[in-house]
Every structure is written in structure tokens, then in C-alpha cells.
Design a protein around this ligand. Structure first.
Ligand code: PMT
Length: 393
């Protein structure tokens, strides 16, 4: 019973696989979607089966692979209709020029093209083909037609193609496809909200090879930006140096001063500023143009204060909501409340960074949201925390 209700809660994705060499990447796509606990349904075209056996996809996708339109002796199921029933998303990867052509012209001569016609939602296409085939006016016209009908495309990339040329035609990477697919499945309750999110550390240069920074990985801020983007917000992420990938509008900065100037360019128009970044409070008083030479004596580095960004925008704000974080190692609630008052914040998210699973460079956090009320949250993923914070808006 439990198992059944769990399965019923899972989001259902129909994955259509057509016959292009890029379908080897779809194995990774399958694996990523299964790890994220989506319920997959798979249709392979006859040409796709020439590249990889359906058994491989059945194993990776933990599901049956459908291909045939006609089953002798079975009259109880019209498969192309059943397969598109109740799905949360439909993706075609790789989408060949041939399939795009059929879809744009209403040709339903196999199970996948029939399922496409039987589905009345927006389909995500991940094209993968030779560059000349992609740039051909026929393919471009077909893509335009499908877009006009509300279908979406995740652009093919430039790179080395199977035909040993370099050009635009490589199917997008699975790690880039998954967030776009998830965005399609997310309710757009933040549409029309303009949200600035900051993430990561700042870097204050001492000389060309040395700098001051901190342990922020950017995970918290990126999770907020990602959820805001998926929920339809007009989001701008302003990020310090991190190793994370962004799929939404992003500006990159290094120092606290640069971060403040960048926010300033967008602040007047914004509805909210969420400061998950860990900007350096100090910077070296002198920035050396040449590498400081080692001498046989102590070196004293003089620091000067950086501006407090949230305080600056608290003085400037009209309608904007200001949300800050407090990264504390002691007296969590007291210090967080002082920061909230001093920086005139609508909310402060207090994280005790001494706790296991909280704070810097982990995928989870343990926070208390302090607004007019106080809400103490248990350990949760930064993604779930991001949604809780965005709910405040
Ligand atoms: O990036 P992760 O590895 O995922 O880690 C997440 C995090 C621990 C960095 C994040 O959850 C967090 O707590 N961010 C704020 C870190 C911080 O700078 O805290 P603070 O208590 O020093 O600053 C309080 C608030 O003022 C913060 O919102 C900060 O962005 C802001 N600030 C800080 C310094 C400064 N000069 N100007 C500011 O506006």
C-alpha cells in the first residue's frame, strides 16, 4: 500500500528516444532521472533500437520500453494514448531531424510520433544531429513551427560531431537537460517576481597570487536561484567564484565592492534581494601589483572594512523585500536578531554553521527563519530550504 502511494506521488516523465548517435548520452539522462526518483516511461523508435538495445534502457530506466504500434490479440489498450495519460513531462532525446520533421508535419507513422500527436501539452526536444542537418532551412522551419505551437527546445551545442566535424549539433548534456525538464514540471507561482540572489564567497586580492576568501561553496545561493528560476521568477544570480553550474541569468563578481556595485545595477527594479553570499567584511588596505617577496621577518597585513551591502540597500529600498542569512558559530538567535535589526531585514535565515549538515559546502542546512515570527526548521536539503525561503515572497 505504502509502495503504491509512493509511486502515485512520483512525477511521471515520458522519454521518447529517436535514432541518433547522441542516444548513448540518454543512458546517463535516464540514470539521473531515476536517481531523482521520477517514474519513467520510455518509447524507442525502431531506428533508436539499432543503436542501443531496449534492454539497456529498461535496466537503466527501471521500466518497460515501448516501441510497437500494433500488438496482435490485445484490444484493451491503445498504447500511444495510454502512455501520454497523466504524464508530468514529455521529452524527446535525442530528437533527430527526421523526428522533428514528422512532429512539425503531423505525421504519426509509429508509436512515438503517434504519442506526440496524442499529447496536448508542451514537449521538450533535445536535438542531436549533424550541423548541416540542423542548420538546413527545412529543419529550422520545422523547429520554428514546433516552437510556435508551444513546444520547447534545449539548444544543441557546438562541438565535435560523430561525423568527425566540429559544428553545432551535439545534443545538450544530461546535466543541463535535467534542470530544464524539472523547470517545465514546476508550478510557476513566482512569475513576474524579480529576484536578485547572491551566492558564494568573495575574493579580496592581496597581490596577483594571493587573496582573502572563505569556505562558501555557493550551494545555498545556487539552490535558491535554481528554485526561483524553476518557479518562474525573473531571477538574477550574482555569484562569487564557485565550481557550480548555472542555467539561469548569472553575473560573476570577485570582491565585496564589485558585488555591491552589481546588485546596485539591478536593485531599483527588483522585488527582492536574497543575500546568501558570504561577502568578506574586510579587504587588504593595499593591493600589491607584484607578488610580495618573502623576507626573513613577519609580514603585517593591514585590512580595511568593506561596505555592509545589506545595510546599504536597506537605506535605498522602496518596495523591495530584503532577506539575509546569519552564519553564526555562537549565540545563534541573539546574533541573528541583532543583524536583522541592524540591517533592517524583512527576514533573516539563521544557520548555526557549527552543526553537522549545516552551513558551508554541504547539500543540507539547519536554519531558523526569523521574521515577525520565528520558525525553527529541521535538517533539510538546501533545495527544500530554498523553497521555504521563496515561499516568504
Ligand atoms: O555557500 P554554501 O557553502 O552553501 O554555504 C551557505 C552559507 C553558510 C554561506 C549561507 O547559508 C550563509 O549563511 N550566508 C551568509 C554568510 C555571511 O556572510 O553571514 P554574515 O553573518 O557574515 O552576514 C550576514 C548577512 O549580511 C548575510 O546575508 C551576508 O550576505 C550579508 N553581508 C555580509 C557582509 C557584508 N559586507 N555585507 C553583507 O550584506
Amino acid at each position: 500500500m505504502l509502495l503504491k502511494s509512493n509511486l502515485m506521488n512520483k512525477k511521471k516523465i515520458l522519454l521518447g528516444i529517436t535514432g541518433g548517435i547522441a542516444l548513448y548520452k540518454v543512458l546517463e539522462l535516464c540514470s539521473r532521472l531515476v536517481k531523482k526518483d521520477y517514474d519513467l516511461r520510455i518509447i524507442m523508435t525502431e531506428n533508436a533500437k539499432e543503436f542501443v538495445s531496449p534492454l539497456t534502457f529498461e535496466t537503466m530506466g527501471r521500466t518497460k520500453v515501448y516501441s510497437e504500434m500494433f500488438h496482435k490479440g490485445h484490444h484493451d489498450l491503445v498504447e500511444h494514448i495510454e502512455l501520454v495519460k497523466d504524464i508530468d513531462a514529455f521529452i524527446i532525446a535525442p530528437a533527430t531531424a527526421n523526428f522533428i520533421g514528422k512532429a512539425a508535419n503531423g505525421i504519426a507513422d509509429d508509436l512515438l510520433s503517434s504519442a506526440f500527436l496524442a499529447y496536448n501539452g508542451s514537449v521538450l526536444f533535445a536535438p542531436g544531429m549533424n550541423d548541416n542537418m540542423l542548420s538546413h532551412p527545412a529543419t529550422q522551419k520545422n523547429i520554428e513551427q514546433l516552437k510556435e505551437w508551444g513546444h520547447e527546445f534545449i539548444e544543441a551545442q557546438i562541438g565535435r560531431l560523430a561525423c568527425n566535424t566540429v559544428g553545432k549539433g551535439r545534443m545538450a548534456e544530461p546535466e543541463d537537460i535535467v534542470p530544464v525538464l524539472e523547470k517545465k514540471m514546476t508550478v510557476k507561482d513566482l512569475r513576474h517576481k524579480k529576484i536578485i540572489v547572491t551566492a558564494g564567497p568573495t575574493v579580496e586580492r592581496i597581490d596577483p597570487v594571493r587573496y582573502l576568501t572563505n569556505d562558501s561553496s555557493g550551494k545555498m545561493g545556487y539552490a535558491i536561484a535554481e528554485q526561483a528560476w524553476k518557479r518562474g521568477a525573473d531571477v538574477l544570480l550574482i555569484s562569487g567564484p564557485t565550481s557550480l553550474k548555472s542555467h539561469w541569468p548569472t553575473e560573476y563578481i570577485h570582491s565585496t565592492n564589485e558585488l555591491m556595485r552589481k546588485i546596485d545595477e539591478y536593485f531599483d527594479d527588483a522585488d527582492a534581494l536574497i543575500m546568501a553570499a558570504a561577502p568578506s567584511d574586510y579587504r587588504p588596505k593595499v593591493r600589491y601589483d607584484q607578488k610580495i617577496k618573502k623576507k626573513d621577518q613577519d609580514l603585517i597585513l593591514e585590512l580595511e572594512e568593506n561596505p555592509d551591502i545589506l545595510m546599504y540597500f536597506a537605506g535605498k529600498k522602496s518596495h523591495q523585500k530584503l532577506i539575509g542569512f546569519a552564519a553564526e558559530t555562537e549565540n545563534l538567535m541573539e546574533n541573528a536578531r541583532i543583524k536583522k535589526e541592524k540591517k533592517s531585514l524583512d527576514y533573516i535565515i539563521a544557520n548555526d554553521i557549527t552543526q553537522k549538515g549545516a552551513g558551508f559546502n554541504v547539500d543540507t542546512n539547519i536554519c531558523t527563519i526569523i521574521g515577525d515570527d520565528v520558525e525553527k526548521l529541521d535538517l533539510m536539503s538546501k533545495k527544500d530550504l530554498a523553497d521555504r525561503i521563496l515561499d516568504l515572497l
